[in-house]
Design a protein around this ligand. Structure first.
Ligand SMILES: Cc1cc2nc3c(=O)[nH]c(=O)nc-3n(C[C@H](O)[C@H](O)[C@H](O)COP(=O)(O)OP(=O)(O)OC[C@H]3O[C@@H](n4cnc5c(N)ncnc54)[C@H](O)[C@@H]3O)c2cc1C
Length: 386
């Protein structure tokens, strides 16, 4: 017996009709919506996308001034899908006539896709727990008003809404970049940012643009990293903005700093590393990353070096039928943290589910033709001849 009572009207009418789903996708961000499109193309009818807030919620929560670092460009007519597209024959660049979209624009793009193909998205439904349910050969998915059953679960709940708020002692005195609505709301003239990868540098660039003086402390000094993989080094877009900021004299970059603690002092905050100390008159801003949503269902995975272990089809190695899509997918050195990377695994997951549900996977071939069906990871090579 399944109890499904959700307040939201669109949710309740749809869910009452369907007692058990073949597939439930958790999260309606870039990964959840993109995965939903592929399931639709496969001809799957009996699936649902459960979203605790609204479609594209994480993007709506980005600081107002933050833009995509990956450029959008309408290249799909010549076999090059827009880097930020999550579905074939779509291009955020065409909808917004912008190269670097902001979060609200991207959320709108996801919403348009979901509407256009009537994806079964149920908003306002928070997944609280997932249990393996042997009696129905699938999963019990706990939502506030009951338990939904599904044979397969695809986890797409992302990272942005699950920040790591405790990377070192005293971090509770700091402000995490995911808690900032707009950089214009911060009081003060001098800021210290802890962490210099994309979020940290974006914070720095925006504060410098507002006329503030900014110091960035980073463990390795990402700005000097020339690794060709943008999952490891800064993007060209960020580097060119940082260069401009440095020319103002208001941006100071300090590398090789492992922060050990932040303490409150009468003049503000002291930031301690093993050998040094820096004073910040304003709350330090932590941009040291995200814990990620998988920690919420950590018991369903084997973990190694902080990453959930997945098989070749992005399924948990210890919980058959539980798949992961989005930035947490990792296979050795292949890091799928950008949209143009993780969208290539949707068809891999869909293919695996098609096989087990006895569905014809032929519809997925077009994904292979368009570079959106990456099942051979030996070709993920960042080598570059110049
Ligand atoms: C600061 C920052 C900048 C970035 N810039 C770029 C970029 O320029 N280009 C690029 O390609 N990538 C970029 N990325 C990475 C990219 O944005 C993320 O990888 C992308 O948002 C991931 O999409 P997702 O669908 O996995 O997660 P999200 O977009 O976070 O979507 C997850 C969804 O799940 C919902 N959810 C969460 N928990 C639950 C639950 N328990 N129950 C139900 N629903 C739930 C959330 O509300 C959300 O809507 C950036 C990431 C960050 C953090």
């Amino acid at each position: 017996m399944i109890i499904i009572l959700v307040n939201y009207t669109r949710v309740s009418s749809l869910m009452k009709k369907l007692e058990t789903y073949d597939v439930v996708i958790v999260g309606a961000g870039a990964a959840g919506i993109g995965m939903g499109v592929v399931l639709r193309d496969l001809g799957l009818e009996n699936f649902a996308i459960l979203e605790r807030h609204q479609i594209g919620e994480s993007f709506r929560r980005w600081p107002q001034e933050m833009n995509f670092i990956t450029p959008s460009f309408p290249g799909h007519g010549f076999g090059q899908l827009d880097l930020n597209a999550i579905a074939r024959k779509t291009s955020p660049a065409i909808i917004f006539r912008r190269e670097h979209l902001n979060g609200n624009q991207y959320a709108k793009y996801l919403e348009i896709i979901a509407d256009r193909i009537s994806l079964p998205v149920h908003t306002g439904v928070e997944v609280q727990k997932i249990e393996v349910s042997p009696q129905c050969h699938g999963f019990g998915i706990h939502v506030p008003d009951g338990v939904i059953q599904a044979q397969f679960v695809i986890w797409a709940a992302g990272e942005f809404q699950y920040p790591n708020l405790n990377p070192f002692p005293g971090a509770d005195l700091c402000l995490h970049n995911s808690q900032v609505d707009s950089w214009t709301q911060l009081q003060g003239d001098e800021f210290t940012i802890l962490g210099g990868y994309e979020s940290g540098m974006d914070a720095a660039v925006n504060l410098v643009a507002l006329g503030k003086k900014v110091k960035v402390l980073d463990r390795s000094g990402t700005w000097g990293n020339t690794d060709p993989d943008p999952s490891v080094s800064l993007s060209p877009y960020t580097l060119q903005r940082v260069e401009l900021c440095c020319s103002t004299g208001r941006l100071e970059l300090i590398g090789n700093v492992a922060i050990e603690e932040v303490t409150a002092i009468p003049s503000g905050y002291a930031i301690h590393s093993e050998y040094d100390k820096w004073i910040s008159p304003t709350q330090p801003i932590i941009c040291t990353g995200f814990e990620g949503s998988l920690k919420r269902i950590a018991n369903l995975f084997n973990w190694s070096d902080g990453y959930a272990r997945l098989n070749d089809e992005d399924e948990s190695t210890i919980t058959p039928g539980l798949f992961v899509v989005g930035p947490s997918v990792r296979h050795d050195k292949a890091i799928f943290c950008f949209i143009y990377k993780f969208r290539q695994r949707f068809a891999v997951v869909a293919n695996s589910i098609a096989r087990r549900l006895d569905l014809d996977p032929a519809a997925l071939e077009v994904y292979r033709d368009e570079g959106m069906f990456l099942d051979d990871l030996s070709c993920c090579d960042n080598d570059c001849i110049c």
